[in-house]
Design a protein around this ligand. Structure first.
Ligand code: SF4
Ligand code: SF4
Length: 398
C-alpha cells in the first residue's frame, strides 16, 4: 500500500546503504512468499515482509521511506526461521525501522547516531558531563551533610545540597525534568508528524476522511498500552516480556517527569507504600527483560538476536546503568550513607538524562511512539479502503 508515482526513483545502492542499519542476505530472496504466509501480523493491504524485500531489491528507496509496514512487524523472527534462502527478512524489517527513524528525524542527528557509534557515545558523554558539572558547580554537597539523616536513619535526599532549601531543590529538578520533556517531546512530535506526512499525506492513493481519525483513535491508545498486535505472535512470552519492559519504563518516566515531588520525598516510606511498589515493579520489569535480552544477544540465539546493531547495545547498557544506579542510590539512602547517596544521585542523573535525550527522539526508544502510530495509520488506510469498496459495491447490489 503506498503511492507509486512519487516513489519510482531507483537507488541501486540502497541495499548496500541499508546494511549500515542491519545485516541480511536480502538479495538471496527468490520470492517464495513463505515469510508473508507465516507472519501472524501480515494482512491484506500490508503483505510484509516479502513486499519490503521486493521493494528493496528494486531499489525503490522512496517507496520504502513512505512505508508503514516495517513498524507493523514486532520482530518475532518466525519469517527468518522459515526462509528457505536464509535471507533474514525479519532483520530487514528491523533495519528498515532504524533507517525510517533517521528519515523522520529532521535534525539529522538520528542518522549520525545510527551510522556512527562514536557520534552516539560522544553525545552521551557530553550530556553526562554537563549534568555532572552543573551539579558540582551549582548544587554542591553541603558542608554539614553528615547531619542530613532522618529519624528512621534514611538520607534526606533533598537537603543534601548547599544553599538550597529542600522544596527549592525538588522544584529545580522538576523544572529540569519539564525542560527535558518539552525538548524531547517536541522533537518526537515533529518526527511523528514527519512520519504522518510520509506515510499518509504523501500517499495519494488513499484519502482518509476526517471521521476515520476519530473512529480509529482508540487503536492508538489501545496498542500503546497493551502492545496487542505482538500478542498475536506464536511466542507469547516475547509479548509479555516486552509489555513488562514497556510498562516498567513508562511508569518510571511518568514518576520522574510528572510526579517527582510526590516521589522524591525526605521521608523513607514503608515497603508496601504505592511509591515503593511502583518503583519495584518498574525495576523488576526492566531488569528481568534486560537480563534475558543480554543473555540472548551474547548467545546470538534466537535468530532475532543473531545480529546486534551498536544502537541495541547502547540502549541496553544505558537502561541497565540507569536502573542499577537507581537501585544503588536506594540502598545508600536506606543505609544512611550521606555522601554516597549524593554522588550516586549525580551519577544516576548523568546516565538517565542522556539516555532519555538521545534514545527517545533519535534512537531505539522512539519505536515506542512510532509503532502505535503506525498501527493507527494502517487502520485508517484499511478502514478507508473498506469504506470505498463497500460504496463501489452498493450500486451493483441495489
Ligand atoms: S521466505 Fe525468504 S525467500 Fe521466501 S519470500 Fe520470504 S525472504 Fe524471500
Ligand atoms: S519478524 Fe515476525 S512479525 Fe516481523 S515480519 Fe517476520 S514473522 Fe512478521
Amino acid at each position: 500500500m503506498g503511492g507509486l508515482t512519487m516513489n519510482t526513483r531507483v537507488n541501486p545502492d540502497f541495499e548496500k546503504e541499508l546494511q549500515k542499519y542491519g545485516k541480511g542476505n536480502w538479495n538471496e530472496c527468490f520470492h517464495c512468499g513463505n515469510c508473508t504466509a507465516i507472519c501472524p501480523l501480515s494482512e491484506d493491504g500490508f503483505l510484509f515482509p516479502r513486499n519490503s524485500i521486493r521493494t528493496l531489491q528494486m531499489g525503490l528507496e522512496k517507496k520504502l521511506e513512505t512505508s508503514i509496514e516495517p513498524w507493523l512487524c514486532y520482530y518475532c523472527g518466525d519469517c527468518s526461521e522459515t526462509c528457505p534462502r536464509d535471507a533474514n527478512p525479519g532483520e530487514l524489517m528491523m533495519a528498515l525501522r532504524r533507517y525510517l527513524t533517521t528519515r523522520y528525524d529532521w535534525t539529522g542527528l538520528s542518522k549520525k547516531f545510527y551510522t556512527s557509534a562514536v557520534w552516539e557515545y560522544a553525545a552521551i558523554a557530553i550530556i553526562a558531563l554537563l549534568v555532572i558539572v552543573s551539579f558540582l558547580v551549582f548544587l554542591p554537597l553541603r558542608p554539614d551533610a553528615a547531619l542530613m539523616v532522618n529519624e528512621s536513619g534514611g538520607v534526606m535526599i533533598n537537603s543534601l545540597v548547599a544553599g538550597v532549601s529542600p522544596d527549592r531543590f525538588v522544584t529545580l529538578i522538576e523544572y529540569g525534568d519539564w525542560l527535558m520533556a518539552v525538548i524531547v517531546g517536541g522533537l518526537l512530535i515533529t518526527n511523528i508528524f514527519n512520519m504522518y506526512y510520509k506515510t499518509i499525506i504523501a500517499d495519494k492513493t488513499v484519502k482518509i476522511p476526517l471521521s476515520a481519525y476519530f473512529k480509529e483513535f482508540w487503536q492508538l491508545i489501545y496498542n500503546f498500552v497493551t502492545q496487542a498486535s505482538f500478542s498475536k505472535c506464536e511466542k507469547r512470552s516475547y509479548w509479555l516480556g516486552h509489555l513488562l519492559l514497556m510498562t516498567g519504563y513508562t511508569i518510571m518516566f511518568i514518576i520522574v517527569v510528572v510526579f517527582l515531588p510526590y516521589f522524591q520525598i525526605e521521608e523513607v516510606v514503608p515497603v508496601w507504600h504505592w511509591q515503593r511498589l511502583l518503583g519495584y515493579y518498574a525495576t523488576f520489569g526492566i531488569l528481568f527483560f534486560l537480563g534475558i535480552v543480554i543473555f540472548q544477544r551474547l548467545r546470538k540465539n534466537p535468530i532475532t538476536m543473531k545480529f546486534s546493531h551498536a544502537s541495541d547495545w547502547i540502549f541496553i547498557i544505558m537502561l541497565a546503568l540507569t536502573t542499577l544506579t537507581g537501585i544503588i542510590l536506594h540502598i545508600f539512602r536506606l543505609a544512611g550513607m550521606v555522601e554516597a547517596t549524593y554522588y550516586t544521585y549525580i551519577i544516576h542523573l548523568a546516565v538517565l538524562v542522556p539516555m532519555i535525550v538521545i534514545e527517545v527522539p533519535f534512537s531505539k526508544w522512539s519505536h515506542l511512539a512510532y509503532r502505535p502510530f503506525a498501527i493507527y495509520f494502517s487502520k485508517l488506510k484499511l478502514a478507508t479502503l473498506k469504506e470505498k469498496s463497500v460504496r463501489k459495491l452498493a450500486p451493483a447490489i441495489s
